[in-house]
Design a protein around this ligand. Structure first.
Ligand code: TXA
Ligand code: MG
Length: 361
């Protein structure tokens, strides 16, 4: 049977699952989503139960076409229309005024609703075949690292989740850019691969930074996107010295760097993520998952360069390193999960292995 026909059958099964109130994980160009029929509050509640996510956190509704917008949102300002025209389908989420019929479980009881039209072909096929909105947060346990491969989703939920559509590795690897568009000047709530300059090229009035009176922004809990192993950010020039403080004491240390290691020893695991922001972002969560499994005392992450292109990466690293624990800890301890062969390869402690792993994760 052809791959296309196989995919079609899997999508049809996923659509049936959604229609009967079950959850379906699916790929998007940013990260994998944990989806439920957005018009079925009981189904959406299952997302919160499975993730262990507090019920007042709003979720993004995914649609396949702007013609479905009026079911979910109303009073779109011209700025929202312009951003939608420029970036949809794509890694942009717009927070809009909610339509009256939207259930509180989607919006966390707020007057606003987050909407996105993703560009991943499997997400689009699923949405088109389903015909409605799919509510979907990232498909990970609450507070944990977002999944960028189907295997990550299985690692998070195991048998508790029946339907996982496999669309390969996510191309972007970080969650969407979120922009609040409810009237006054649009505001960037969460940095993503679409930068503030790119937004301003379409709508010059978009503002960055946090407005304390704005609706709850994503990851308003500082500790988000976190491995279980403690994470510390270290300036590049101090990286080797800080690493040695651990390895001299015969303590295992994991390192995520922008370059290959200049030294090797048996207590360190070093991943060279390289210095290109797009590849770094694409691989970041997979690298964090890998480093979380080595049983290290700490994950040292080299600070990334200044500049707007690294903004989203910097935001996620800062949160991963935050000492403020999420309200609920993730249930799965990834340190107990078995390593895949490619991860074991990365554990080899010599320079060439970490380089080849980084080149071919
Ligand atoms: O790339 C993405 O956005 C992925 C894929 C699956 O689409 N989804 C995602 O969902 O990252 P989630 O739930 O992990 O993060 C979405 C964030 C939430 O933290 C939530 O706080 C925020 O969007 N959000 C949702 N509705 C909102 C609203 N009405 N006002 C403000 N923030 C909202
Ligand atoms: Mg998330």
């Amino acid at each position: 049977m052809s791959v296309a026909r196989d995919t079609q059958k899997l999508i049809q099964a996923a659509v049936e699952a959604l229609r009967s109130g079950e959850l379906v994980a699916f790929p998007t160009e940013t990260v994998y989503g944990l989806g439920a029929n957005a018009s079925d509050p009981a189904a959406v509640r299952k997302i919160f139960d499975l993730k262990g996510r507090p019920s007042d956190h709003p979720v993004i509704v995914h649609i396949d076409d702007k013609k479905h917008l009026q079911r979910w949102a109303q009073d779109l300002p011209p700025e929202a229309q312009a951003l939608a025209a420029a970036f949809w389908p794509g890694p942009l989420t717009l927070v809009l005024n909610r339509a009256p019929a939207v259930n509180d479980i989607i919006t966390g009881g707020q007057d606003t609703i987050a909407i996105r039209i993703p560009s991943h072909p499997i997400a689009r096929q699923l949405l088109t075949a389903f015909g409605g909105g799919i509510a979907a947060p990232s498909a990970n346990r609450y507070g944990h690292v977002s999944p960028t491969r189907a295997d990550h989703v299985r690692e998070e939920f195991g048998k508790a989740l029946k339907h996982v559509l496999d669309g390969g590795d996510c191309k972007i690897g970080l969650e969407s850019t979120i922009v609040l568009c409810t009237g006054a000047a649009p505001r960037l709530l969460r940095p993503g691969s679409i930068t503030l300059s790119q937004l301003r090229a379409i709508v010059p009035s978009v503002v960055g930074g946090v407005d304390p009176s704005a609706p709850r922004a994503p990851g308003d809990k500082p500790r988000h996107y976190s491995p279980k192993t403690p994470v510390t950010l270290v300036p590049g020039r101090r990286l080797v010295d800080v690493m040695r403080e651990f390895t001299d004491e015969k303590e295992k240390v994991a390192v995520l760097s922008l370059r290959p290691p200049s030294t090797a020893n048996r207590y360190m695991t070093w991943i060279n993520a390289g210095g290109r922001h797009e590849a770094y972002a694409r691989n970041l969560y997979a690298y964090l998952r890998t480093l979380d499994k080595v049983g290290a005392k700490v994950i040292l992450i080299e600070e990334v360069p200044a500049g707007e292109q690294w903004e989203a990466v910097r935001d996620r690293l800062k949160r991963a390193a935050s000492k403020d624990a999420p309200a609920e800890q993730p249930v799965v301890d990834l340190r107990d999960a078995p390593l895949t062969p490619s991860q074991e390869l990365a554990m080899l402690h010599d320079d060439s292995a970490s380089r080849s792993f980084a080149a071919n994760p």
